[in-house]
Write a protein of this length. Sequence first.
Length: 143
Amino acid sequence: MQKQKSTATKSGSPGLKLTLLILVILITIVIGIFQQGNNVASKGIVRMGKLVACDFEVFGIVQGVFFRKHTEKQAKALGVRGWCMNTRDGTVKGQLEGEQKPVDEMKIWLQTKGSPTSRIDKAVFSEMKEIENYTFNGFGIKR
C-alpha cells in the first residue's frame, strides 16, 4: 500500500479559515456595539454630555386626544426622562430631563407635533437648568 500525500496547503485548513472568519465577524459586532454610544447613553449607563432639566406646559386641544401617551412614547424613544399629566385647566404639564440634544428634540416635538388629533396652540418651558444626576428612572404619566 502506498501512503497518500497530504493535500493541505500552507494557507491552513478550511476549519481554521472558518474559525478566523467567525472571530473577525464577532470582533466587528462588538466594536459596533461599543460605538453605539447613543443607545447606551439613553439608558443612563454612560453619559455622553451634561444633563439638563426643565418644566413644560402645553396649551390647546391636548386632553382626550392621547397626548400624554404619545408624549410618553416620544420621550422614551429619545431617552428623555420625566413625567406628564393633565391639569384642571385643560393643559398638559410635566418635566423633562436628559442630555441636552434629546431634551431639545423633545421640546420641539411638544411645540409642533403632539398626538395626531391634538392641536397645539403653544408650549411654555421653564429655563433649562443643569443637573448632576437623573431624578427619574424613565418617563411616565401621572394621573
